[in-house]
Design a protein around this ligand. Structure first.
Ligand SMILES: CC(C)(COP(=O)(O)OP(=O)(O)OC[C@H]1O[C@@H](n2cnc3c(N)ncnc32)[C@H](O)[C@@H]1OP(=O)(O)O)[C@@H](O)C(=O)NCCC(=O)NCCS
Length: 177
């Protein structure tokens, strides 16, 4: 199963491996989950997704991690830190995705809050961001729940995205739950 890098009251976050392919392929292949993405992902693309995260773990020390519900011992999604190149330079992004069966239970907020606190405890950054499509209300509400505010619109992969951000000094309110 692997060691958890981060834990919250309900969740554990750990590096994903190819053993997680069935779960990742199901989540990434669900058109509801990817409705704000350019497309759903095939199983082969899910393999590449996991390989990309494993490359990030090696290169950056972080990437998107698997989110596991600890009591059930089963994966529910992914969340973590990704270096993104924006128009005015690199930013550290908090990314999150939860399998549709587990939506609206506060899991994304709980995982993202732990990732935010981990970033400020371990990375020499003054702020973290999340890039969110203007149509993606659930993701915007998740960003708001971890203290982020929308600051501007940017083009990312050719699509408009709101840049949500929170600075180290404003990241003090914990709203886990
Ligand atoms: C965005 C996502 C991760 C939220 O996951 P979740 O576990 O359901 O989120 P939470 O239960 O923690 O809820 C977070 C906030 O979003 C709100 N929310 C969640 N789903 C919602 C929906 N369908 N409509 C409106 N608000 C919604 C919650 O009410 C909560 O806000 P509140 O505290 O102000 O009420 C999930 O919908 C998802 O995986 N979407 C597809 C992937 C994606 O778009 N990822 C983000 C890319 S930028």
């Amino acid at each position: 199963m692997g060691e958890f890098l981060l834990t919250t009251s309900r969740l554990g976050l750990r590096e994903m491996t190819m053993d997680d392919l069935d779960f990742m392929a199901t989540m990434l292949g669900d058109q509801e989950v990817t409705r704000f993405y350019p497309k759903a992902y095939s199983r082969e693309e899910a393999v590449e997704w996991i390989e990309r995260q494993r490359g990030r773990y090696l290169r950056d020390g972080h990437g998107l991690w698997l989110v596991v519900e600890r009591e059930a011992g089963a994966p529910v999604g992914q969340a973590g830190l990704v270096v993104q190149q924006l128009d005015d330079g690199p930013e550290l992004e908090i990314g999150y995705m939860i399998h549709r069966h587990f939506w609206r239970r506060g899991l994304a907020s709980e995982a993202a809050l732990a990732v935010r606190d981990h970033a400020f405890a371990n990375q020499p950054v003054e702020r973290v961001v999340s890039l969110v499509r203007p149509e993606n209300v659930p993701s915007q509400r998740t960003a708001l729940r971890i203290g982020m505010k929308p600051e501007r619109t940017t083009f990312h992969h050719g699509l408009p995205h709101l840049v949500f951000s929170v600075s180290r000094e404003h990241a003090t309110t914990s709203r886990e739950g």
